[in-house]
Design a protein around this ligand. Structure first.
Ligand SMILES: [Zn+2]
Ligand SMILES: [Zn+2]
Length: 249
């Protein structure tokens, strides 16, 4: 299984960066976890986005789904003719929220581009060679960490979350933990997000093989994030940048 970071910024993108987007590939299966602003352009360096099998959106915050609109246009107006529909798997109701910005024709095109399905806590969705299980975590009313099982390995993407038991359980036994690390240390506990140190504690307690920090606030000190995480977690630690690739075995 392979992970490619196509968007690593939190909330707004830093220079040359993009908001949340994580491409997971196993064999010929291509799944995108979150599709934040700017992610699609980076994704196109790796695959033709038309080749996506499914897009999962973990929660309703715009930095996790705004490029669904770009993908919608791409699928509808591809030069070779409309492509899709592809599976768009979202918290219940978010598909209708997204369509609320569109006119009649846009809503009809949205339905042509996407088969919208709802994330149900604990209910595994099989997409090609990947089995993906949502775990509800503490952030918005409906936010989901995603546990992704490939042929021989498992990763967990925390989405945005406070460092509480639900994300701890979702991460158990993963080979790679892709964890948000939004907050600088001095902001710990002031918002439902994690610091690098808290993300590393989750990785340590879960027995993760490696830790990749993502959802990085653009002005945060990446060197300090890595240092904080390494003080807690003894395995490999990476602070993700766009186009970083990780082999997960
Ligand atoms: Zn976010
Ligand atoms: Zn969020």
């Amino acid at each position: 299984m392979k992970l490619t970071e196509v968007g690593s910024s939190a909330s707004y993108a830093g220079p040359g960066q993009a908001c949340s987007g994580h491409l997971v590939q196993e064999g010929d299966t291509n799944v995108l976890l979150d599709c934040g602003n700017g992610a699609l352009a980076n994704l196109a360096h790796v695959i033709d986005p038309i080749e996506l099998d499914a897009v999962f959106i973990t929660h309703e915050h715009p930095d996790h789904f705004l490029d669904v609109y770009a993908l919608w246009a791409m699928l509808n107006y591809a030069p070779q003719g409309p492509a899709g529909p592809i599976d768009l798997i979202v918290p219940a109701g978010l598909g209708d929220t997204m369509k609320g910005l569109l006119g009649d024709r846009g809503r009809s095109d949205f339905d042509a581009a996407f088969r919208v399905r709802a994330l149900v806590p604990g209910e595994t969705i099989q997409v090609g060679r990947l089995a993906i299980t949502p775990h509800q975590v503490e952030h918005t009313d409906a936010s989901f960490a995603l546990a992704v099982q490939g042929a021989t390995s498992r990763m967990c993407y925390t989405s945005d979350t406070a460092a509480t038991d639900p994300v701890r359980q979702a991460a158990q036994g993963c080979d790679l933990l892709l964890a948000e690390a939004t907050l600088p240390e001095e902001y710990a506990g002031r918002a439902p997000h994690m610091t690098a140190r808290q993300a590393a504690e989750i990785a340590r307690d879960a027995g993760a093989g490696q830790l990749v920090l993502t959802h990085i606030w653009p002005t945060n000190d990446r060197i300090a994030l890595a240092r904080d995480a390494k003080s807690v977690f003894s395995g490999p630690v990476h602070v993700a940048r766009e186009m970083d690739e990780f082999q997960i075995d």
